[in-house]
Design a protein around this ligand. Structure first.
Ligand code: E4P
Length: 219
């Protein structure tokens, strides 16, 4: 399973990259706005900075909602670096843009996916990644992880190549559940990522090892 970090914050990306297990980055317009990045030039320059930190796939989302606009944006975004993946929303023109991108050899991430039907459309259109939003489904009282299970089952039966990118991941528990449900990729912020490290028995055990080592050194 691949690990992507879900942020446009350069320090967080550098921190995750330094761990040596980062496979990529996902961003969206809200995450870019959170970093106060606005205006076409600044947005493209920020993506370049992200691509300078990591060689992993970097999802850069289009703003256009029409086919021509998405094609235009995708063509600009892929000029930034070889590891740019164009993030395209799951709407009718988005599906057309995904199919066009496949014909151009452009990698894509189909975003805002909330049903197995949408995931089938994304795979048929040749998306490189499909992003089901787990946390947002949980937010409205449904079980988000069931969607990952359903998509994994369908993609296996149908032999689709599209990778399942579990998005809107809010906790370490979500990461583990997504891994069990068959996600190919999990994307989350540093907080959820960091929670995987924590276990009190690790902390206690290490403290005891170090204390015993120090005691033995004293003779
Ligand atoms: C990533 O590709 C998605 O845009 C992101 O995970 C959405 O997460 P959120 O629901 O926490 O905003």
């Amino acid at each position: 399973m691949k690990f992507f970090i879900d942020t446009a914050n350069l320090n967080d990306i550098a921190e995750a990259e330094a761990l040596g297990i980062l496979d990529g980055v996902t961003t969206n317009p809200s995450l870019m706005a959170k970093e106060k990045i606005s205006g076409d030039k600044a947005v493209l320059a920020h993506y370049k900075k992200i691509c300078d930190i990591t060689d992993g796939d970097v999802s850069a989302e289009v703003i256009s909602t029409d086919f021509e606009g998405m094609k235009r944006e995708a063509s600009e975004l892929v000029k930034i670096a070889d590891n740019i993946v164009v993030k395209i929303p799951m709407i009718r023109d988005g599906v057309k843009a995904l199919a066009w991108a496949r014909s151009q050899g452009i990698k894509t991430n189909c975003t805002l996916v909330f049903s197995a039907g949408q995931a089938i459309l994304a795979a048929k259109a040749g998306a490189t990644y499909v992003s089901p939003f787990i946390g947002r489904i949980d937010d409205i009282g449904w079980e988000g992880m069931t969607l990952i299970e359903d998509i994994a089952e369908i993609y296996a039966i149908q032999d689709f190549d599209t990778e399942i990118l579990a998005a809107s991941i809010r906790s370490g528990k979500h990461i583990i559940q997504a891994a069990k449900a068959g996600a190919d990729v999990v994307t989350c912020g540093l907080k959820a990522f960091d929670s995987l490290f924590n276990h009190p028995l690790t902390d206690n055990g290490l403290a005891k090892f170090l204390a015993d080592h120090a005691k033995a050194a004293q003779g």
